[in-house]
Write a protein that binds this ligand. Structure first.
Ligand code: ES4
Ligand code: ZN
Length: 329
C-alpha cells in the first residue's frame, strides 16, 4: 500500500537493538562450526522452533545460548555487519547498538574484543553507507552490583579510546531486579560523563520507570509500555520529553500484550509521550525495524502523520551531535 511504502522509505533512527539479538539462526550455526562450539540444538530449524516464548525469561535463556558462539573479534564484526545491511535496507540513518559484555566476559572473551569487533563494523558502515551510530554497554540486571562495577572497570579504557561508545544501559530480567540495585553504578557512570538509558516498564510496574529516571538518571526509557498505569507519570514523560524506545513485535512475542491491537502505543501517543519504534532483538522477534512499523500500522488505526512523528521522534531522541542531526532534516 502507499502508506506501507512511505513507512518503509522514511529516514529513521533505531535506538533499541541488542546486537546479540540480531544473530540469525543461520549465522549462529555458521559461527558454532567456525569456533568448534556445540549448541544444544541439532539444526537451524530446531533452534528456530525453540523461539516460542512465554515471557521475557524464556527468551533470555535462548538468547544467551545463541550468544555463546561469539568468541573472536571477527565474530562480532560479522554479526554487526549483517545487522548494518538490514538497517540500511530499512532506511535507518542512525543506530544506537546495545551490547551485553558480561555474557561474553563470563566465557573468557575480553571486553576489548567485543567492543573492537562491533566498532570496526560500525566504522565501515559509516564509510560505505553513511550510517552514523553509537554503542551502549548494557549491564545485566540479574547479575550483582559488584559484577556491574567490575565490568565498568574493565571497559574504562574502551570508553576513553572508542569515540562511538558513549553510554550505558540496563537490561535482562526486570522482575526482582529493580533500578535501585544499580543506582551507585549509574552514579559512577554519570560522573564519568556517560549517557544513560535503562529498560524499565517492560514486564515491571510503572514505578520502575520513575525509579530509572530518579535513581539512575536515565535519559531515555527502553520499553516503558507500562507507563499507562500511571497518569501522572505519563504527564511527566511528556513534559520532560523523555523518549520511550518501544519495541512492538518484542512486546507481542514476549506476551506483554495479547496481540498488537492491545498494545499501549496509542495511549502513550495520546498522552503526548515521545514514542519511538525499535526492533529489540530482530532475529528472535520476527523482524527488523520496518517490519515493526508495518505490524503496528497494520493492527492499529494510525495514519501517515503518526508514522512521520514516530520517525522524527527517533531522530530527535538520538545521542547524536547537532551536526549529525542537521544532515537528517
Ligand atoms: C532484552 Cl527484550 C529484552 N528485555 C530485556 N533485556 C533484554 N536483553 C535482550 N533483549
Ligand atoms: Zn531490549
Amino acid at each position: 500500500s502507499p502508506l506501507a511504502r512511505k513507512l518503509c522509505a522514511m529516514p529513521k533512527a533505531e535506538l533499541h537493538m541488542h546486537i546479540e539479538g540480531s544473530l540469525e539462526p543461520e549465522l549462529i550455526f555458521a559461527l558454532a562450526e567456525r569456533n568448534g562450539v556445540t549448541l544444544p540444538y541439532p539444526s537451524v530449524d530446531a533452534l528456530r522452533d525453540a523461539y516460542a516464548f512465554t515471557d521475557l525469561q524464556s527468551f533470555l535463556d535462548i538468547y544467551y545460548a545463541g550468544a555463546s558462539v561469539l568468541l573472536t573479534e571477527q565474530d562480532f564484526y560479522d554479526m554487526t555487519w549483517a545487522y548494518v545491511e538490514r538497517a540500511v535496507a530499512d532506511h535507518i540513518v542512525h543506530t544506537e547498538i546495545f551490547f551485553d559484555p558480561q555474557t561474553h566476559i563470563a566465557r573468557g572473551v575480553p571486553v576489548e574484543v567485543v567492543v573492537n569487533g562491533i566498532s570496526r563494523a560500525l566504522d565501515d558502515a559509516e564509510a560505505r553507507h553513511g550510517l552514523s551510530s553509537r554503542m551502549i554497554l548494557c549491564f545485566l540486571r540479574h547479575l550483582s552490583e559488584e559484577d556491574a562495577f567490575a565490568t565498568l572497570a574493565s571497559a574504562e579504557a574502551c570508553f576513553k579510546t572508542v569515540p562511538r561508545l558513549i553510554g550505558v544501559g540496563l537490561d535482562s530480567s526486570e522482575q526482582g531486579n529493580p533500578p535501585e540495585k544499580f543506582a551507585r553504578v549509574f552514579a559512577r557512570c554519570e560522573a564519568l560523563g556517560l549517557r544513560r538509558v535503562a529498560h524499565a516498564g517492560e514486564e515491571g510496574p510503572a514505578q520502575n520507570i520513575r525509579d530509572a529516571l530518579d535513581l539512575l538518571h536515565a535519559e531515555r526509557i527502553d520499553h516503558g509500555v507500562t507507563a499507562i498505569e500511571d497518569q501522572a507519570l505519563l504527564q511527566r514523560l511528556a513534559a520532560e520529553k523523555i523518549a520511550l524506545t518501544v519495541c512492538p513485535l518484542s512486546n507481542v512475542k514476549l506476551k506483554v500484550f495479547d496481540d498488537m491491537t492491545a498494545h499501549s502505543l496509542p495511549m502513550l501517543l495520546d498522552a503526548g509521550v515521545a514514542v519511538t519504534l525499535n526492533s529489540d532483538d530482530p532475529a528472535y522477534f520476527g523482524g527488523y525495524l520496518n517490519t515493526n512499523y508495518l505490524a503496528v500500522f497494520e493492527a492499529l488505526p494510525l495514519g501517515e502523520e503518526t508514522g512521520y512523528l514516530l520517525a522524527r521522534n527517533s531522530l530527535e531522541a538520538a545521542f547524536a551531535t547537532d551536526e549529525e542531526k542537521a544532515r537528517w532534516v
